[in-house]
Design a protein around this ligand. Structure first.
Ligand code: SF4
Length: 355
């Protein structure tokens, strides 16, 4: 059984949920000044997710940390923005990943099997000088790693014995991150709508303000959920085609393209795979640089691509088209073009159905 501190570390777990339910708190109770710290921390969790892309772990006051999680979930569902829900789920999952990396294998096994029903066990072995301390049943492995495109995650590149895949503790933590993200996403994806007592509403208003201030910077304003390649602006096509053709890219080209791809929602693993497959870049360094630009490392700032003016100065603004004349930023181009493509598709759909 997990302690209160453990539950505060991983509040999505059943023990955390039980502890919170046991307190039998009502919305009105949370409006009491005694819960001010909980509301502050809940709002902070959501704003950290918005601004930094990762939620910090504040474990000095475990009960506040634990209680703030369901309140943060409530705030996210009340805002009801799909983009925010996804960002919050990912940011909480990254928090869990960072904490899990500091755990002994036994704790990782306990969380994986109790919460996600994984068949994971401890069986250390050394492969090429690396200690793989865990073994995971391959159906669980396949399910959790399905979104990873880096070669090292492919089953053919893994040590598989008796239907089990060998993993390091950090790899197991990374796979658990996926489960946590999906679990949270499921719970925050349905918007809710109910009145809040004054102090809670104040916090919600604050979060909404932070979200609105940041949404265009984060690319969350009506950007499509899936990456729409056809909506890439000519400058980014130029960078991408250059990369694919093996042209030596300038720093500005690489930064512009990476920050653009991060902001249109290309998964980090896909980007690493893209760079590593067409260049001789070191995979670990490439991943570090991409995660840095995505705000998951270093200063925790998610970078946006340079403006059209800056790209022009660096000779990257090429093959301008009609949409270019109406924008000053590549992400605005992408948003506009994606919207146009979507409306064209919607216009075309009714005629298809009458055939
Ligand atoms: S005008 Fe802007 S969006 Fe268009 S190609 Fe130039 S830099 Fe890219």
């Amino acid at each position: 059984m997990l302690s209160e501190r453990e539950a505060a570390k991983y509040p999505f777990m059943s023990r955390g949920v039980e502890l919170v339910e046991g307190l039998n708190l009502k919305l009105e109770d949370l409006a009491d000044p005694n819960y001010r710290k909980v509301l502050d921390r809940a709002a902070e969790r959501v704003t950290e997710a918005i601004v930094q892309g990762v939620v910090s772990a504040r474990l000095a006051d475990p009960l506040t940390e634990l209680l703030s999680y369901p309140v943060a979930v409530m705030f996210v569902t009340l805002i009801g923005e799909h983009f925010l829900s996804r960002r919050f789920a990912l940011a909480e999952a990254v928090r869990a990943y960072e904490l899990l990396q500091g755990e002994y294998e036994d704790k990782i096994i306990q969380i994986a099997s109790d919460e996600f029903r994984w068949d994971l066990k401890r069986e250390p072995e050394s492969i090429d000088g690396v200690i793989y301390s865990l073994r995971l049943a391959y159906p669980d492995y396949l399910r959790a790693s399905t979104g990873f495109h880096e070669p090292k995650w492919k089953l053919v590149n893994r040590k598989l014995r008796d239907g089990q895949v060998s993993l390091t503790g950090v790899e197991a933590a990374r796979l658990i991150q996926v489960e946590v993200e999906n679990w949270i996403k499921e719970r925050v994806s349905t918007p809710s709508n109910f009145a809040l007592p004054g102090p809670l509403q104040k916090h919600l208003d604050h979060i909404r303000k932070v979200f609105e201030e940041n949404r265009s910077k984060l690319g969350g304003s009506s950007l499509p959920d899936e990456v729409v390649n056809e909506a890439f602006p000519p400058c980014m096509r130029y960078c991408l085609e250059g990369l694919l053709s093996g042209r030596r890219a300038s720093h500005m080209e690489r930064f512009g393209l990476t920050s653009f791809l991060v902001n249109v929602g290309m998964p980090i693993d896909d980007m690493v795979q893209l760079y590593v497959s067409v260049t001789d870049f070191d995979e670990a360094l490439t991943r570090y640089q991409i995660e840095h630009i995505a705000g998951l490392k270093g200063a925790r700032t998610r970078y946006t691509p340079p403006t059209c003016n800056t790209l022009r100065t660096h000779g990257i603004c090429r093959n301008q088209d009609a949409v270019c004349k109406t924008v000053t930023h590549p992400l605005s181009y992408y948003r506009k073009k994606a919207r146009r493509l979507q409306s064209k598709q919607e216009e075309a759909e009714p005629s298809n159905t009458t055939e």
